[in-house]
Every structure is written in structure tokens, then in C-alpha cells.
Design a protein around this ligand. Structure first.
Ligand code: RP5
Length: 151
């Protein structure tokens, strides 16, 4: 994530990873304030064994796109809700990638962060039948937990 101030949003991305037993790391890496750290992080990510990156940032949110430009790992992007423009700035900045460098943009804020974790799990489950089964059971529990009655 681009700042410690993004953590209250981005910690939602870790909920399902914890529940499903998926290992992850979390770091502050700012495209603007720590460009060398970003280069080091993204360019070494695959060699360090990472398989998916979830990048959350707000405002002029260059982090996901810049990270994606330095690795072929899939980058899931979370637009953090900014104070000034409620995250519309983050969303448009992140979503409008020019052709040739892809990020998987999620919804603004904590729902997007949660779904970032979910999408990462689904990508990892492609090569992990046990994880696929755990995800399947999680989805079934979600479905069965939706009440039919309104009260
Ligand atoms: C972005 O600027 C961060 O991702 C954060 O959402 C936003 C504000 O950062 P702080 O000023 O709170 O550190 O780079």
C-alpha cells in the first residue's frame, strides 16, 4: 500500500487470506515517496516467490500501475477512498491504464480491498486444488448465510 494511512482499508484484503490459510506479506511502498523501494519490491517480487500482488493507493494512485510495469505477476488494484474526492480520483487514476500494462481494478474502499483478497485467492486456487476446495466451501457458506426473509 502507498501509505500507512491505507492500512485500515487494506487490512480487509487480509481477512480472507487469513481465513483460507494463504501466506502473504504487507508493506508500505509509495510510488511517489519511495520510488526506489517500489522498484526493488516489484522487480524482485517473482524471484522472492510472490504469485500475486494486491496494490492499494489513494489520490494520484500510481502504485498499482507502476508495480505492474515492473513485474509480470498479476496486480490487483484497490482504489483507496480519498478525503478530497471520495476515491473517484483513486479509481480513475488506477482504472485508466493505457494498453500494454494491466491491473485488475476493484471497487473503491474496503469492499474493493476485501475483493482484492478474494480475487488473489481465486487466482492462487487455479494451481491449488486444496485451496479451491476451501474457497468452494467459503462460497457455499456465504450463499447459505443469505436470509430469504426480510426480518
Ligand atoms: C497515497 O496518498 C497513499 O496511497 C494514500 O492513500 C494517500 C495519502 O497518503 P498520506 O498522506 O496519508 O500518507 O500515496
Amino acid at each position: 500500500m502507498g501509505s500507512r494511512s491505507d492500512w485500515p482499508t487494506m487490512k480487509r484484503a487480509t481477512e480472507l487470506l487469513d481465513e483460507l490459510g494463504i501466506a502473504y506479506e504487507k508493506q508500505v511502498v509509495s510510488a511517489h515517496r519511495t520510488p526506489s523501494r517500489l522498484y526493488e519490491y516489484a522487480s524482485s517480487a517473482r524471484d522472492r516467490g510472490l504469485q500475486v500482488i494486491i496494490a492499494g493507493a489513494g489520490g494520484a494512485a500510481h502504485l498499482p500501475g507502476m508495480a505492474a510495469s515492473m513485474t509480470l505477476l498479476p496486480v490487483i488494484a484497490v482504489p483507496v477512498q480519498s478525503k478530497a474526492l471520495n476515491g473517484m480520483d483513486s479509481l480513475l487514476s488506477i482504472a485508466q491504464m493505457p494498453a500494454g500494462v494491466a491491473v485488475a481494478t476493484q471497487a473503491i474502499g474496503s469492499s474493493g480491498a476485501f475483493n482484492g483478497g478474494l480475487l488473489a485467492a481465486q487466482i492462487l486456487a487455479l494451481g491449488d486444488p486444496d485451496l479451491h476446495e476451501r474457497l468452494n466451501q467459503w462460497r457455499q457458506a456465504i450463499t447459505e448465510g443469505v436470509p430469504r426473509d426480510v426480518e
